[in-house]
Write a protein that binds this ligand. Structure first.
Ligand SMILES: C[S@@+](CC[C@H](N)C(=O)[O-])C[C@H]1O[C@@H](n2cnc3c(N)ncnc32)[C@H](O)[C@@H]1O
Length: 219
């Protein structure tokens, strides 16, 4: 399925305009420092999946070559504006495609990726298992998966509430789901954490640096 979404959707344009102003205070208080600690030391070829308005661009070092893919045209336009207004030290190539789109393959370096970045995006991608499986193929053996995501609550009452409000929330938040167990999904997909942290900030969050898990073959 083509993941690209059209600029003609009024709501997609509104969402892209509201995203940074709505998130600003939360970013400054909670997320920005975490994004920085995850991204500032990355180097080499990096895929950022669902770059949105480009919140991460300033946080990469000059040793990062970032392919930033984004299927929503209004979000992509915001990301282009940000690149022009605040040129980052990293090399950033914006690609109008989602993780499920065929044309993204042509942008992946033949030698593979040093890192893949998911920030607030595995909650939204329609098929996150498939996305994780795909990027696993693209990562070099020593590559790292960088994750900063909100996940389902571990408290039964809050979890039930999330399930109850999700049918209203998801269309308003452009596909964002509240009830994904992204941490478990990553482990089940063959990744193991090198560093991980759970924290609470209105919702439960998972922050991690993961690497591919290799099975030890016994003779
Ligand atoms: C909540 S925003 C997060 C943006 C950014 N990553 C951040 O940290 O602020 C989720 C983004 O995921 C994008 N998205 C949705 N489906 C996608 C897919 N299949 N592949 C890549 N990105 C996707 C949306 O268009 C949106 O820009």
């Amino acid at each position: 399925m083509n993941q690209k979404r059209a600029a003609s959707s009024f709501y997609a344009r509104l969402f892209s305009r509201m995203y940074d102003p709505v998130m600003r205070s939360f970013e400054e208080k909670i997320l920005l420092q975490r994004r920085q600690s995850l991204l500032e030391n990355l180097h080499g070829d990096i895929l950022e999946v669902g770059a949105g308005t480009g919140v991460n661009f300033q946080l990469y070092s000059d040793e990062a070559r970032v392919i930033a893919c984004e299927p929503s045209l209004p979000m992509l336009a915001k990301a282009y504006d940000k690149l022009a207004a605040y040129p980052p030290v990293a090399s950033i190539k914006l690609v109008h495609a989602g993780i499920g789109d065929e044309e993204l393959h042509g942008h992946i370096p033949p030698g593979g990726l040093d890192a893949v970045v998911f920030t607030l995006v595995l909650c939204t991608i329609p098929n996150p298992e498939l996305a994780i499986h795909q990027v696993k193929q693209w990562l070099k053996p020593e590559g790292r998966l960088i994750v900063l995501e909100h996940i389902a609550s571990d408290k039964p009452v809050a979890r039930r509430l999330q399930h109850a409000i999700e049918p209203l929330w998801t269309p308003l938040a452009e596909g964002c789901c509240l009830t994904r167990d992204t941490d478990q999904m990553l482990r089940q997909s063959g990744f193991e954490p090198e560093q991980e942290e759970y924290f609470s900030a209105g919702m439960r969050f998972y922050q991690a640096v993961l690497r591919k898990q290799y099975k030890v073959l016994t003779p």
